[in-house]
Each structure stands twice: as C-alpha cells, then as structure tokens.
Write a protein that binds this ligand. Sequence first.
Ligand SMILES: [Zn+2]
Length: 158
Amino acid sequence: MGSAVQGAIDWDRRYKLMRTHTAMHILCGVVWRDYGAQVTGGNMDPGEGRMDFEFANLSRELITEIEAKCNAEVAAARAIRTQILPRAEAFAIPDLIRTKINLLPEGIQEVRTVEIVGLDLQADGGTHVANTREVGGIRVVDYKSKGAINKRIYIRLD
Ligand SMILES: [Zn+2]
C-alpha cells in the first residue's frame, strides 16, 4: 500500500479488442434481430471471438448469410454510444432484459449501456470503437453444435 505504480496501455492490443468486442455486438445484434436467437455466452481474444446462441436450426447457408449481414452493418457505419442510466430506467428498457440485466446485484444503482444505434443495445462494461466501420471486415470462420439448441459461432476480424 502507498507505493506508486505506473501503468501503460498496449494500444495495438486494446484497439484490436475494442474492434473484436464491437464485432461481437454486431453478430449478436444481427442474430437477435433476424433470427430471434439469444446469446448465452462468449469469449474473445484480440482479433477473434466466439459466441454461443440458442439457435436450433443453424446451417452453413445461414452462416454465409449471417456473415454478409454483419458486414452490411459494418458498412452502414453505425454510431456506438455509451450511457450511464439510473437502475430503474435501465430496467425499463425491454431490450436489456435479454442480456440478463436482472442478474445485477441490488446494490448497483447505475447501469452502463452500450448501443450500436439502430442495431443492438446491451448493459455492458467493455470497451468498443465509436463506429461500426472501424471494425473492418468480419469473417464467420466456423460454427459448432453444442447440443440440440446451442450453437457456437466463431468470428475473426479481416
Ligand atoms: Zn460490449
């Protein structure tokens, strides 16, 4: 305690994580909007990530379609904005319920939201880019069945 420390951000790594994280929001926004499939989990490294969905009928054809739709959202240059909302206000947003905001401990009075304007809205503490265009290309590189309903989708930044 009481000693000075010095920290530095590895900007290349951080920026790549911001782009990757935003790509995952795009993926989960597209999959929710067009297929009604909820995200159940995910993980990422700089430049690549995976997300799990409750997606019963996923196919190779759909993967190709999802990839094209994700890249259309990148090209659409959507703005990304964050807000800090009072707990009650955040809980009143129907879209946030699906991100399991109800798991938030009672003591937390403010909720940070991250919105890809026109596509996706989540309660979220992560770092993101300011515009979907910054993500660059998204490739859906693979998918895997994790059970009758759960499917895992793997993405990589181009
Ligand atoms: Zn996020």
